[in-house]
Design a binder for this molecule. Sequence first.
Ligand SMILES: [Zn+2]
Length: 248
Amino acid sequence: MKYITKYKSPNYNSRNNSKIQLIIIHYTALKNTLDAVSYLCNKEKKVSSHYLISQNGTVYNLVEDKFRAWHAGNAFWQEITDINSISIGIELDYNPKGKNNKFSTQMIDSLKKLILKLQKKYKINKNNILPHSDIAPFRKKDPGKHFPWKSLYSSNLVMRLKNLKNNEIKIMENWFSIYNLKSKKRKIILALSLIGYDTREIYKNAKLYNKLIRAYGIRYLNNEDINKNKSIYNTLIKHLFNFMLTKN
Ligand SMILES: [Zn+2]
């Protein structure tokens, strides 16, 4: 893995002693690595990331881990809105509309090595490797529907959702009944909220609800199941069960 440290971004500040807990994955939506380096290191743009990975797998360290880079923007996860303070941001040189519209093998290999290194160093939970679209689902799509989550699951870097046995499904059903939630939609929202998503506005706003469901579906469901309430519900029950077992 080629590792380059000579380009530095001025766009960072102090973490104020916040612990690093999350890794956020982005795509740049720019033309190429050169453009991305100059963008992320441009003082006027007021954005940055700790790392940028090129199509050929080169890793650029633009901001030191100990500093707070500016990549998450207006975001939310597990009741926390200052995501930059508790996260490491990784940008991928990828543009869905550009020539760099593939997640190359070299890029993903480097990403996996980098995640493994950061996970070990900062003891980051497998639940906490997140796409930008999970922490800002109402305005961000990156890293998008073609990002190879399966490859990260199979390398054991992110949590794999194990199927539930019948008695485990019963446990979850009983657990929901304590909350006295009648509709599937209510249960879906509660599960999303417990996992960490921003559900503050989605109760009364169908448009936002659909955006969040879409962000969730892209990551956890097969294409054909993405709009099926039942599939979303079943996946969320499984997700919540797995999440509660591996929370710490
Ligand atoms: Zn992003």
